[in-house]
Ligand binder design. Structure first.
Ligand SMILES: Nc1nc2c(ncn2[C@@H]2O[C@H](COP(=O)(O)OP(=O)(O)O)[C@@H](O)[C@H]2O)c(=O)[nH]1
Ligand SMILES: [Mg+2]
Length: 340
């Protein structure tokens, strides 16, 4: 099969072709840029949902049940599991696969586990590519499961239209959610393992930090800023801009209790984004950051691959080493050479 055929089969959601297309994009195999150009006009239709939270909080269990719930509503679901804490062949991913086996005979659900090593351009870009393929292939929802361990989850969550933060009782005294930059990304809060003691406390803590965040960010949230900046914003849109208050939902992922409400909250959030014009803004921000990163990669590659610039870089480096110029001046000189 040539790549055109893979693309056309993947666009009609043929599972093996989708899988091959993902590998081409994920590994950036030769010709992947042509593939991207072919699929990109077909993207932008899926509702991308990011599910993040600490290891063991029940994200995979929840994602599995969310997929089943959407399937029961006749929707298709692509799942991308990103777990930087386990090696590709490790237990967690294997567990994910086994747990999700019941979906394996259903071509309305597609599951992909992401390896975390060897991604040229980084994990979040590779994930972004996989999301785009699933989106182009026509899955109604693309759900990204990512472990809440730091900056990477914030980056990966920025690919999503809706971010659900999963918390659980009994993970210690610290409020898990008030890590810098993490609280703000939550559109929906899920307190899982409601069968365990301490659920009310977690809910109260989230509510408290949401109140605080509300006080500090006030009505300067992105949705409002966008609505205000849009000349055509109607009074309705302006009201809707303030309408989204992240709900705090309690679930028992294992039994499926509360999962339908999580799906409804995600759908409601999407409707709110659309009414607010905030979806455009979110997607613009994702596009801007990706474009900048790709451009900077290309510039870097131009710098590293081109004999002329490499020669110039060495010449400048000698001057820096001899203390004739400082490294910033050398960097500026080199940039002139590359971007002009
Ligand atoms: N008690 C209880 N256990 C749960 C619940 N949801 C998931 N688990 C269990 O928590 C463990 C971790 O779940 P998993 O989905 O792998 O968590 P992940 O690491 O966040 O993806 C598994 O043993 C699940 O069976 C729940 O609602 N209650
Ligand atoms: Mg998991």
């Amino acid at each position: 099969m040539d790549w055109q055929e893979i693309v056309s089969r993947a666009l009609s959601r043929e599972v093996r072709a989708v899988s091959r297309l993902i590998s081409i994009v994920e590994d950036r195999r030769a010709g992947f840029e042509d593939v991207y150009a072919a699929i990109y006009p077909r993207t932008g239709r899926a509702h991308v949902i990011g599910i993040t939270g600490p290891p063991g909080s029940g994200k995979s269990t929840l994602v599995d049940k969310i997929a089943a719930e959407y399937r029961s509503r006749g929707k298709t679901v692509g799942i991308v599991a990103v777990d930087p804490t386990s090696p590709f062949t490790g237990g967690a991913l294997l567990g994910d696969r086994l747990r999700m086996q019941r979906h394996s005979l259903d071509n309305g659900v597609f599951i992909r586990s992401m390896g975390t090593r060897g991604h040229l351009g980084g994990l979040s870009r590779a994930t972004s590519g996989v999301v785009d393929v699933l989106d182009a292939a026509g899955y109604d929802y693309v759900v990204i499961e990512t472990v809440g361990v730091g900056q990477s989850e914030v980056e990966i969550a920025s690919l999503a239209d809706t971010v659900a933060l999963v918390q659980v009782p009994g993970l210690g005294d610290d409020i898990q959610v008030i890590k810098a930059g993490v609280m703000e990304i939550g559109d929906v809060f899920v307190v899982n393992k409601k069968d365990r003691p301490g659920v009310e406390r977690v809910v109260a803590e989230i509510r408290m930090s949401l109140d605080l965040a509300g006080k500090y960010s006030g009505h300067h949230g992105p949705a409002t800023a966008m609505a205000a900046a849009t000349a055509t914003a109607t009074a309705t849109a302006a009201i809707a801009a303030n309408a989204w208050h992240p709900p705090i939902l309690q679930t028992m992922a294992e039994s499926g209790e509360g999962v339908a409400e999580v799906c409804e909250a995600c759908d409601a959030h999407m409707r709110c984004l659309v009414t607010d014009n905030a979806l455009v803004e979110r997607r613009f921000r994702r596009a801007r950051s990706e474009t900048m990163k790709i451009a900077s990669d290309l510039i870097w590659r131009g710098l590293a691959d081109d004999a002329r610039t490499l020669g110039a870089a060495e010449g400048l480096a000698w001057k820096v080493a001899r203390r004739e110029i400082d490294p910033y001046a050398a960097g500026r000189d080199l940039r002139e050479l590359v971007v002009s």
